[in-house]
Design a protein around this ligand. Structure first.
Ligand code: TPP
Ligand code: DXP
Ligand code: MG
Length: 625
């Protein structure tokens, strides 16, 4: 049999396919997705779970006139494959390749860029409002997962959509999983087993009882039948969405293309807000992913036959892992320490803590804003919460950091993982702004370790500090340095001189410290003798050290893995300006005023001149004049 996928250049090619061909196509799509993820890594389990849903959506709706908005967008691989990107699919998530998320500049079928969760309903409502303002008639469809439904913005969108009563379709893709197990009342509410069992049992008991009551019983049975309907209404997920003004359809089998097609055809004729509740299996069709959906949610390269994940070369512990062990150890000594994650216990390294201290661990759902304010409440009542969160996702909670933590000077520690470039997830996920968005907040202490050992001491420093503090560290492995078993607090606002030189100074931060030191060693051989400082603190700055360097040298260079605007280097410049220092040139290296593409971390650092060769080249030019 020839491949059907070979014949699908656009969704229009799906229209004439019968059930058997569609089933075959679903299999071919899965094969292709598995093959490419095994090589490049990627969001395998989410994408495998929505293959049939994708086919049904594209059969019924007319993309790109009809707008399909994928929440997060990590499940959109089948969508990419049938919307003209088959040829380039092998380049998924690589430098210069196609993105792992929808991108408007990649295809007209990608209606809206995503990467962070829970935005699809609001964006879809915007599309619906724009359509109505123009008097057009296309459909708008948001596809959102049960995990993403735990994010507050989803309810802001639902609330507004119900109020506007727009022609809008929300497909709730319920696989009973976030990255880890989904948490909270919503997920219980959606849980079909409890619901249907409960209703079923009630019904049986009621019928049995009334059946025993003769004529009177039959009359009451009639009333009870009606009551059963309202009972069902009370205990089905529809109730929630209907309260928001949505018509609720479901739950329906999300792997039954026929049933999905029928439902979408019906809904296509409505012009109200409709929510279709679809049940899918995360990882469907690839047993290792079905069995371990959290591992295969976003997975690195793996062996297809066994599902064995292939490890990278370096054996050094990851920053995330070191953080996870350190927080556990510190919590054993201090009962005030509690830890939080926003739906990422594994990604942030908190799973061991959760196992050891289940009652002191909180997974708040995909709710970064709530997480920060919840932490502030804990802190205001005597605890010291540690919120472990990715740099890019903490952006959601800027106001909460300001209003609920810093303004009240509360002891909340932010363990900011994935700071700097993260790699293949690309611009939505790089953590390049945290120094800039935290540095200007009064009361905040802001640190970045040069290696994984220093991370431990910085965590201790943050926990001893009676106020807000943040430690930011990168994705991936450390340097394999030896890890101290006892931790000490670092003196606040003190940098560390790693090398003394006579020509000028490089002030480096975090991941750039060792590359800067390597650059200085290399340049020393060429007669350019440089001092190298590990900045450690972005706030408070080591004013004394920086001012003394500015007195000794006429050139200072700063290096950081952050946007250059508002970061560490800018803090140094501001200090010199505040102190009226003149006659010192400052060169700031970091990421310039643009979004950074996807690629391996080492590739991106090289492209942006933030690895040792890049720093060497810039320093040679700057100090060698
Ligand atoms: C604001 C934000 N927080 C956290 C994440 C990380 N994240 C990506 S997908 C995901 C789980 C989504 O679950 P669901 O919507 O149910 O999709 P599924 O993977 O189950 O298909 C999380 C927590 C994110 N992308 N954005
Ligand atoms: C889609 C999403 O936001 C997450 O799955 C993210 O890709 C995880 O990143 P890490 O692989 O760095 O944990
Ligand atoms: Mg889910």
């Amino acid at each position: 049999m020839t491949g059907i996928l070979d014949r699908i250049a656009s969704p229009a090619d799906l229209k004439g396919l019968g059930p058997k061909e569609l089933a075959q196509l679903a299999g071919e799509l899965r094969k292709e997705i598995i093959a490419v993820c095994a090589k490049n890594g990627g969001h395998l389990a989410p994408s495998l779970g929505v293959v049939e849903l994708t086919l049904a959506l594209h059969r019924v709706f007319e993309s790109p006139t009809d707008r399909i908005i994928w929440d997060v967008g990590h499940q959109a691989y089948a969508h990419k494959l049938i919307t003209g990107r088959r040829e380039r699919f092998g380049s998924l998530r690589t430098l210069g390749g196609i993105s792992g998320f929808p991108k408007r500049n990649e295809s007209p079928h990608d209606a809206f860029d995503t990467g962070h969760t829970s935005t699809s309903i609001s964006a879809a409502l915007g599309f619906a409002a724009a359509r109505d303002l123009r008097g057009e008639r296309n459909k708008v469809i948001a596809v959102i997962g049960d995990g993403s439904m735990t994010g507050g913005i989803a309810y802001e969108g639902l609330n507004h959509a119900g109020h506007l009563n727009k022609d809008l379709v929300v497909v709730l893709n319920d696989n009973e999983m976030s990255i880890a197990e989904n948490v909270g009342a919503l997920s219980n509410f959606l849980n079909r087993t409890v619901t249907s069992e409960f209703v079923h049992t009630m019904k049986k008991e009621l019928e049995g009882f009334l059946g025993s009551l003769d004529r009177l019983g039959r009359g009451v049975l009639k009333v009870a039948k009606r009551a059963e309907e309202s009972l069902k209404g009370l205990f089905t997920p529809g109730m929630l969405f209907e309260a928001f003004g949505f018509e609720y359809i479901g739950p329906i089998d999300g792997h039954d293309i026929g049933r999905l097609t029928e439902t979408f055809e019906k809904v296509k004729r409505f012009d109200d807000a409709v929510l279709i509740h679809v049940l899918t299996k995360k990882g469907k069709g690839y047993p290792p992913a079905e069995q371990r959906p959290a591992l295969f949610h976003g997975v690195g390269p793996f062996e297809i036959e066994t599902g064995k994940v292939l490890k990278g070369k370096g054996g050094a512990a990851s920053y995330t892992g070191v953080f996870g062990e350190a927080i556990k150890k510190l919590a054993a000594e201090d009962e005030r320490i509690v830890a939080l994650t926003a739906a990422m216990p594994d990604g942030t390294g908190l799973t061991p803590f959760a196992t050891e201290f289940p009652e002191r661990f909180f997974d708040v759902g995909i709710a970064e804003q709530h997480g920060v304010t919840f932490a502030a409440g804990l802190a205001a009542d005597g605890y010291h919460p540690v919120f472990a969160v990715y740099s890019s996702f903490l952006q959601r909670a800027y106001d909460q950091v300001f209003h609920d933590v810093c303004l009240q000077h509360l002891p909340v520690t932010f363990a900011i993982d994935r700071a700097g470039v993260v790699g293949s997830d690309g611009p939505t996920h790089h953590g390049l702004f945290d120094l800039s968005y935290l540095r200007h907040l009064p009361n905040m202490v802001l640190m970045a370790p040069k290696d994984e050992n220093e991370l431990q001491h910085m965590l201790k420093t943050a926990l001893e500090h009676d106020g807000p503090a943040a430690v930011r560290y990168p994705r991936g492995n450390g340097y394999g340095v030896s890890l101290d078993q006892t931790y000490h607090a670092l003196p606040l606002g003190r940098g560390e001189v790693l090398r003394e030189g006579s020509r000028g100074a490089i002030l480096a931060l975090g991941t750039t410290v060792y590359p800067a030191r390597d650059a200085a060693e290399e340049l020393a051989g060429a007669g350019i003798d440089l001092t190298v400082v590990n900045g450690r603190f972005v706030k408070p700055l080591d004013r004394e050290l920086i001012l003394s360097l500015a007195q000794r040298f006429d050139r200072l260079m700063t290096v950081e893995e952050n946007a250059v605007q508002g970061g560490f280097g800018t803090a140094v410049l501001e200090l010199l300006e505040e102190e009226g220092v003149t006659g010192v040139s400052v060169l700031r290296l970091g990421y310039s005023d643009d979004f950074v593409e996807q690629g391996e971390q080492h590739e991106l650092r090289a492209i942006h001149g933030l690895d040792a060769p890049g720093i060497t080249a810039r320093a040679r030019e700057f100090f060698g004049k």
